[in-house]
Write a protein that binds this ligand. Sequence first.
Ligand code: GDP
Ligand code: IMO
Ligand code: MG
Length: 418
Amino acid sequence: MPVDVILGLQWGDEGKGKIVDLLSKDYPIIARFQGGPNAGHTIIIKGKKFVLRQIPSGVIRDKVINVIGNGVVLDPIVLKQEIENLEANGIELKSRLLISRKANLILPTHRLLDKFYESRSDESKIGSTLKGIGPAYQDKTGRFGVRIGEICMPDFDKHYQSVKELHLKLLKALGCEETIDDKEWFEALEYVKKLKLIDAEYYINEALKEGKNILAEGAQGTLLDIDFGTYPYVTSSNTITASACIGLGIAPGQIRTVYGVFKAYITRVGGGPFPTELFDATGDYICETGHEFGSVTGRKRRCGWLDLEALNYAIMINGVNKLIMMKADVLNELETINICTGYTSSGAEKHFSGLSFGETIHPVYKELEGWKCSLAEVNNASDFPQKLQEYIKFIESHSEVKIAVVSTGPERDESVFI
Ligand code: GDP
Ligand code: IMO
Ligand code: MG
């Protein structure tokens, strides 16, 4: 049976966690394919909030198997904390958590390197979450990364020490004298060693053969993709559909539906271009109403109008066949809502890709009327206010993809299927 993919179409934090949890009732297996503890996927059920960093968002449903794929970079300290937090909330998961032994580890020195690279105060600062993501992926492609499956090998310690030494030499040469204490990291590693470390590519392909459906969960968003995002203001992994194949070991032909998640507006955390960013009272209003503060770092998210140029780019790169619009409720009170339909420069049309080459562009807006009412009691799309229906139609006609779900609040059941 097929693999369906859920991923973000903007600069992350679109609400992927909520949607993976919602849809996971129809999938026996949820598999995370990239990113690491830079992610924060929020699930809220009857007021109880869970923020998942590395564990897939299917974990709240007690029969779902959760796989951490080879494409993920893992911090054992964060993983241990995540598991303990979930267990403290009555969620038993160790028997349902499978980890690819090919996943690369985030070492304490990766976090230090991340911090050091980001210590510059100029405009080139990426605004990293400082979780060691960039340095860990660098070592993976540099072919000296440490993989989690190695902890069972006799020369694990030798490999770890040699990489650590290399990092410390590099840091020293760059003028960083900080030392590291890796005691906690090793303790966490002992804990992780007892979890189910497997060859996840076999597990997933066998499950497909047995007729099971798999939901692949992406982290970050397409506009943060290492190749197609607003480089260099991106994360260090591919965040797109193709990455589900690489990060889990599945063939492209196995993928059926690609669900693209986006907010009814757009946000970004950290540096980088943002054509529709709002610097006025409306931006502040959206930030406050949408509680736009990072789930991982607590940083204020920059807010702006929905950008269809960027959305269409993301739909194209990912082959999205179903859209999911989040946080429609945040716009409830607005008199008018702008949507960016494209970019221009000196009268010429410009594309999203130009942003990563410093091109100056101007967003072109279409102003739509707001719906000016609460969506709290709406359970059927036919009961949506007329102006929200027009907003949905406008997006669908400009993207040529149907919106399958509109999310009207953070709770699992505040979701209207269309
Ligand atoms: P993710 O990283 O894509 O999973 O998204 P985050 O969890 O980082 O950020 C999404 C935030 O929006 C979380 O605080 C969610 O609880 C919240 N949220 C999700 N859907 C909705 C919605 O439809 N309306 C509102 N008001 N909040 C939502
Ligand atoms: P989820 O999965 C939003 C951003 C950081 C920074 C850039 C690089 O919750 O949507 P990194 O730590 O990866 O080196 O940071 O990417 N970023 C995210 N922004 N949501 C995320 O994840 C993010 N993960 C990384 O803010 O600008
Ligand atoms: Mg998030």
